[in-house]
Design a protein around this ligand. Structure first.
Ligand SMILES: [Zn+2]
Length: 58
């Protein structure tokens, strides 16, 4: 069971305190479907859903 995947590719990554992030939402746009600049999110292509999210697991 893995709730969070941690990337340790650096000495210390200054990441903001992540609160409860919905794993079902796109990690890039947080379910907004678009980026802050107004562009369509390239990760979820505007769907706002996490493509790798599998409910139930297995
Ligand atoms: Zn997205």
């Amino acid at each position: 069971m893995r709730e969070h995947e941690i990337d340790d590719h650096g000495p210390e990554a200054a990441e903001p305190p992540a609160e409860a992030v919905n794993p079902a939402l796109c990690p890039e746009c947080q379910g907004a479907g678009q980026l802050g600049s107004g562009e369509v999110c390239p990760v979820c292509e505007g769907s706002g859903k996490a493509l790798n999210y599998r409910p139930g697991g297995g």
